[in-house]
Write a protein that binds this ligand. Structure first.
Ligand code: GLC
Length: 575
């Protein structure tokens, strides 16, 4: 009998977690669609950036379906929770003045916590979460991120990134969980479950966006896009079987997990822009895999399809793009798409399919219901409980690469620690890109948080160069995002190597902590350090690093990327 109950329990659990199919909202969507003008339909397919609105009333004039804040598109009053809430709710109010009062979706890159807002908890970037192998933790992080995004009145995040980076010289490597498709597929689905909660109608959930479809992390070195990048937005040159094996896995799990939106990528596949590929957008993703939500283009990605903008729009929409992220020239987009429909170049059936998909999601989110929504102020934001989960994520993300003579863990009681290195006391380096600003920024003022130096002091260590019995040198990368992080080589800087060598010269044991968005070539310091910890981009909760340095927790992280020439995928020591 017990087995029966157990089986029933599990099946109920599975039944509860299976998302409601978006197509179950079609009756409501089609009823509304029938009442819409062509202008209102095309408006729903248009996403502008708040910073480029010619006039906020353009939202009403053009019936805009969505607004985003791209990187650096911040409230004029600054990045406080209140300023973001006022911006989002102010924008929202314009949509309520339209004839049909279809609420708009506000989208933002909350890619490691609500990383645009001061005071938000900033989690490790995905490369660190990949090292945890902890899907339950990733789901919990998604849930907390959703809560903190809702705390600013925003309800759509352009996450999770389910890229599978194959060349760590790519500036977006750290946005990927792993080079391994299976690990990406597991953690990507967990992130969607966390972000979208018990279902899209859950007021504590947000709409997620799996990105960037398809093959964003597989571009060939030297084929980078505009602006002379070497990899970013380049050409992924593989056969379809390889494309599916390496890069499709994250969609094969996030679609069944109910992800409401997917973002097609800038990159090309064998010379064809993915954002204009009917085979990939419609035949594979919508027909074969059965994705029922809507596709949101990347930032001006449609413009890159072909020189003539109107032609590019027609190619992309006919390929299956449903909503276009056109931050500034949204009026031009709308004008061109309307002409294409009137000329018959884009069939009304394609417009109706796109708008049905968008409306399905809005109905599923309960946006069309008149019932009152919790106020942004009622959501938890930057709480100790949220920080505790981020601290756990930092702990579990650390990968111990070397630990000669059991240098680690440090005995806290006798620790007189000489601390050096550019990232020992730099919250900006610790958080990396996509933090408050698009590219992120070195320094102490980027956002509130606990640096590694501050965490050492909080843990009671005596930080001094006088009579120190161990040295800690924190080195690595300064912040970057996207193509700005593309590199031909990944050496440590001369400054970093010198800092390690200087500490080595004191004769005390040396612990190197690497703050970076990817593996770097460690040859110059490998024999200079007694212990080496890969900390990735841990975010605001530096206490997670000292939890492991002092042995309160053992290091459990395993490499989710091969460390060239030095450590294999899955490598990681422990105490
Ligand atoms: C960027 C990125 C994408 C992001 C979007 C909006 O260029 O490619 O990941 O979601 O634009 O900021």
């Amino acid at each position: 009998m017990k087995q029966l109950f157990l089986a029933a329990g599990i099946s109920i659990l599975v039944a509860q977690t299976k998302p409601i199919p978006l197509s179950s909202f079609d009756a409501k969507a089609k009823d509304l669609l029938m009442r819409m003008t062509l202008d209102e339909k095309i408006g729903q397919m248009t996403q502008a950036d708040q910073m480029f609105l010619k006039d906020p009333s353009d939202i009403e004039t053009y019936f805009l379906g969505s607004i985003l804040s791209g990187g650096d598109s911040d409230p004029k009053e600054g990045n406080s929770r209140e300023a973001w809430t006022n911006l989002a709710t102010g924008i929202e109010a314009h949509a309520n003045k339209t004839r049909l009062r279809i609420p708009l979706l506000y989208g933002i890159d909350a890619v490691h916590g609500h990383s645009n807002v001061l005071g938000a908890v900033i989690f490790p970037h995905n490369i660190g979460l990949g090292a945890t192998r902890d899907a339950a933790l990733v789901e919990q992080i998604g849930k907390i991120t959703a809560e903190e995004v809702r705390a600013t009145g925003i309800q759509w995040v352009f996450a999770p990134c389910v890229t599978v980076p194959q060349d760590i010289r790519w500036g977006r490597t750290y946005e990927g969980f792993s080079e391994d498709p299976k690990l990406v597929s597991e953690l990507g689905a967990a992130a969607v479950r966390g972000l979208q909660g018990k279902g899209l109608s859950d007021p504590h959930a947000v709409l997620a966006c799996a990105k960037h479809y398809l093959g964003d992390g597989g571009t060939t070195f030297g084929t980078g896009g505009p602006g002379k990048k070497v990899l970013d937005q380049g050409d992924t040159r593989v056969d379809e079987a390889t494309l599916r094996r390496l890069h499709l896995q994250g969609y094969l799990t996030t679609v069944p997990a109910g992800v409401g939106t997917i973002m097609p990528s800038y990159n090309s596949w064998n010379g064809v822009k993915v954002s204009g590929s009917k085979h990939l957008l419609t035949e594979v993703l919508k027909e074969e895999i059965g994705f029922q939500g809507f596709l949101i283009s990347d930032y001006n990605a449609v413009d890159q399809i072909t020189k003539d903008y109107k032609t590019a729009i027609g190619v992309s929409i006919n390929a299956g793009m449903d909503m276009v992220m056109v931050p500034d020239h949204y009026r031009e987009f709308i004008h061109n798409l309307k002409e294409l429909v009137q000329e018959g170049a884009v069939p009304m059936s394609r417009i109706d399919d796109a708008v049905t998909r968008i409306l399905r999601v809005k109905f599923a989110m309960g946006l069309m219901d008149s019932k009152p929504r919790p106020s942004p102020a009622s959501f938890a934001f930057g709480t100790p409980e949220h920080r505790a989960v981020a601290r756990q994520a930092v702990r579990e993300s650390l990968v111990l690469l070397k630990n000669d003579h059991q240098t680690l863990p440090l005995a806290k009681s006798v620790a007189r620690i000489d601390v050096s290195g550019k990232s020992a006391d730099d919250i900006g380096n610790q958080c990396g890109g996509w933090t408050i600003s698009w590219q992120g920024k070195s320094g102490a003022t980027t956002t509130g948080g606990t640096t590694i130096l501050a965490a050492l002091r909080k843990a009671g260590a005596k930080v001094t160069s006088e009579g120190a019995n161990v040295g800690i040198v924190v080195i690595g990368e300064t912040p970057y995002a996207e193509g700005q992080g593309d590199r031909a080589e990944l050496p440590l800087s001369a400054e970093d190597v010198a800092a390690v060598k200087k500490m080595r010269s004191t004769g005390i044991p040396v612990v190197v902590i690497l703050i970076s968005g990817r593996p770097m070539i460690l040859d110059p310091i490998l024999d200079q350090a007694d212990a080496i910890v890969a900390a990735w981009l841990p975010g605001t909760e530096g206490d997670g690093v000292t939890d492991v340095l002092f042995g309160a927790y053992k290091p459990v992280g395993k490499l989710s990327f091969t460390w060239p020439r030095q450590f294999n995928f899955g490598f990681g020591l422990t105490y």
